[in-house]
Design a protein around this ligand. Structure first.
Ligand code: COA
Length: 228
């Protein structure tokens, strides 16, 4: 897709054209921070991505920084932030801040053969309209374009806090995988083709998931080993 929206290349668009995915730019940084703050109300302040962090992401790996614009208002309503890395699946457990270079993406490896999903957020007022689905599609397009092996991320199982007092995280995640429970985040990702690799304790500081992460993987079926 190569249509333009106020001079910006459109990477993906909802079929009705109302929302478009574009590469984030420096001038979007304050709006990206505002969306982030609306999306992560229980995340510790130390782990919130501010305008300074979004500018650093763009400096390290511009192609991986996506924003969704509402074409009716030209406002940023959602975003995703990714960088490249190598993955050791035997040692998948990691802390978010360490993996992301204190949320600055200094850990971006230009030769990394996986995309790391650091963040996705859709403003609460724009949820349930397919915007996360649009962003996942655009991220998968990037993975295919760069011939990467796939996408990994630490998902935040945000529904866990409601049952954490009587249910171990392992059982909770299993229930979500089996479709016996719906998690507001993990169920969305499983529905977009991701699988669960394992559970990460002390992933970040957020009570909604009791600090857990779930390491999720999407494999690129079009990956060509050895090709650049
Ligand atoms: C998780 C999140 C990104 C989903 O964004 P979204 O734009 O609402 O998702 P979509 O509209 O593309 O919907 C994806 C699926 O979830 C369903 N869904 C979305 N919101 C829902 C809701 N409130 N209740 C039930 N189902 C819902 C959609 O129907 C769709 O279902 P399908 O799999 O059957 O097609 C969004 O809720 C969010 O930003 N959460 C806060 C930030 C966050 O936690 N990010 C993830 C960090 S790992």
């Amino acid at each position: 897709m190569s249509a333009a929206f106020i001079g910006r290349t459109v990477l993906a668009s909802r079929p009705d054209g109302r929302y478009v995915v574009v590469q984030a730019r420096t001038e979007d940084a304050p709006a990206l921070e505002a969306v982030q703050r609306a999306c992560f109300p229980s995340l510790s302040e130390d782990e919130i991505a501010t305008a300074r962090h979004f500018l650093s992401h763009q400096a390290h790996f511009p192609e991986g920084q996506l924003a969704v614009l509402d074409t009716a208002t030209a406002q940023v309503v959602a975003s995703s932030s990714d960088f490249r890395l190598r993955v050791n699946f035997a040692h998948y457990a990691h802390a978010y801040m360490k993996e992301t270079g204190d949320n600055l993406f200094t850990t971006h490896d230009p030769d990394g053969d996986w995309l790391y999903g650091a963040d996705i957020g859709v403003h609460p007022d724009a949820r349930g309209q397919g915007l996360a689905t649009l962003l996942y599609g655009a991220r998968h397009d990037l993975i295919r374009r760069l011939n990467l092996k796939g996408h990994v991320a630490g998902a935040m199982p945000k529904g866990y806090c409601a049952v954490a007092d009587h249910l171990p995280i392992e059982q909770y995640v299993l229930d979500v995988i089996r479709g016996e429970r719906r998690d507001p985040v993990l169920s969305v990702q499983l529905g977009r083709g991701y699988g669960v690799w394992g559970i990460i304790p002390d992933y970040l500081d957020d009570d909604s998931c009791r600090n857990h992460g779930v390491f999720i993987v999407w494999r690129n079926p079009a990956h060509r080993p050895g090709a650049r």
